[in-house]
Write a protein that binds this ligand. Structure first.
Ligand SMILES: NC(=O)c1ccc[n+]([C@@H]2O[C@H](COP(=O)([O-])OP(=O)(O)OC[C@H]3O[C@@H](n4cnc5c(N)ncnc54)[C@H](OP(=O)(O)O)[C@@H]3O)[C@@H](O)[C@H]2O)c1
Length: 250
C-alpha cells in the first residue's frame, strides 16, 4: 500500500517506525525537515515529498498536523475520491475533515500513542476503517468506537498517559534517592508495572480484582493509597478528565 503522512512530527514518526519494513511505500511530508530526513535515512521504504505529492501519491493518508495548521493546509491539496484518510488529530471533527479533504469519503479518526512504533498498541477508531485494519490490524489492537463522541472520550482517556507516567517517575526518583541507584530504580518501577500490564493483557483488565489483591489492611499499598486519596489525587484526576469535556464536545 502507498501510505502518506501529512505532518512529520512525533506521532507520524512513531507510526512510520511501526509500519516500516512491512512492504508498504511510506511517504512523509517535508515538515518537520529534520524528522523527515531522519526517517528517510533510517528506513529504506520512506520518501520525503511535498504535501501535494504525498496526497497525489498515496492510497491512504494519515493526517498528523496540529488542528490550526490542518485548517490552513488541507483544503488546497489534490484529494481523490478513491483514497482513504485517517486523522489522528484532536479538535478536527469528521464533518470538517469531509469538507477539507473533499471528495474523499472514506475518513476515520484514530488515536495512536508512541507505542505504535513497536506494535501491540491499542488504536481506538471511529468509524471502522478497512485501511487502518489493513495497516495495523495484525500488529496492534483496533477498537472500533460506535460514535464520534465516544472516540473523543478516548482522546481524554489517552491523556491519562502523562499523569500516570509522572506518578511512576516520582516513585522511581524517590526510590533512586534511597538506594543511590537511579537507573536501577527506574528499571524496578517500570518492571513492576510491565508485570501488571502483561498480566492484564492475558487475563483482562480487572482493576477491582488487582486492587483487592493489594488491599491488605495496614499494608504499604493500602497506606499509600489512603494518603493519596486524602491528598485528593483521585478527585484531581476525575476533575481533570471532566475539565476536558468542553473542548472535546462531550
Ligand atoms: N504526540 C502524540 O502522542 C499524539 C497522540 C495522538 C494524537 N496526536 C495528534 O497528532 C497531531 C500531531 O501531534 P504531534 O505530537 O505529532 O505534533 P508535532 O510533533 O508538533 O507534529 C506536527 C507536525 O506538523 C508539521 N507541520 C507544521 N506545519 C505544516 C505544514 N504546513 N505542512 C506539513 N506539516 C506541517 C510540523 O512541522 P514543523 O516542526 O516544521 O512546524 C510537525 O512536524 C496533533 O493533532 C495531536 O493531537 C498526537
Amino acid at each position: 500500500m502507498r501510505v502518506g503522512f501529512i505532518g512529520t512530527g512525533e506521532i507520524a514518526a512513531a507510526m512510520v517506525e511501526g509500519l516500516s519494513g512491512r512492504g508498504h511505500d511510506l511517504i512523509v511530508s517535508e515538515r518537520n525537515a529534520e524528522v523527515a530526513a531522519e526517517l528517510a535515512g533510517k528506513f529504506k521504504d520512506v520518501q520525503v515529498k511535498s504535501n501535494a505529492d504525498v496526497v497525489a501519491g498515496s492510497d491512504v493518508v494519515f493526517l498528523c498536523l496540529m488542528a490550526g495548521v490542518a485548517r490552513g493546509v488541507l483544503g488546497a491539496l489534490p484529494w481523490r475520491g478513491n483514497q482513504a484518510v485517517i486523522s489522528v488529530m484532536v479538535d478536527v471533527p469528521l464533518g470538517e475533515l469531509a469538507t477539507l479533504c473533499a471528495p474523499v469519503s472514506d475518513i476515520a479518526l484514530t488515536i495512536p500513542l508512541s507505542s505504535v512504533a513497536t506494535g501491540r498498541s491499542v488504536l481506538p477508531c471511529h468509524p471502522d476503517s478497512d485501511a487502518l485494519r489493513a495497516l495495523f490490524g495484525e500488529s496492534d489492537t483496533i477498537i472500533t468506537v460506535p460514535t464520534e463522541a465516544g472516540l473523543n472520550a478516548h482522546f481524554a482517556a489517552s491523556a491519562l498517559s502523562a499523569p500516570l507516567l509522572t506518578l511512576m517517575q516520582t516513585g522511581a526518583q524517590w526510590l533512586g534517592e534511597q538506594t543511590g541507584d537511579p537507573k536501577g530504580a527506574e528499571t524496578y518501577v517500570a518492571g513492576v508495572f510491565a508485570g501488571f500490564l502483561r498480566q492484564m493483557s492475558t487475563q483482562g483488565a480487572d482493576f477491582e480484582q488487582l486492587l483487592n489483591a493489594l488491599a491488605t489492611e495496614g499494608g504499604l499499598n493500602a497506606t499509600l493509597k489512603q494518603r493519596m486519596a486524602e491528598a485528593g489525587a483521585p478527585d484531581a484526576l476525575q476533575s481533570g478528565l471532566e475539565g476536558l469535556k468542553v473542548r472535546l464536545k462531550l
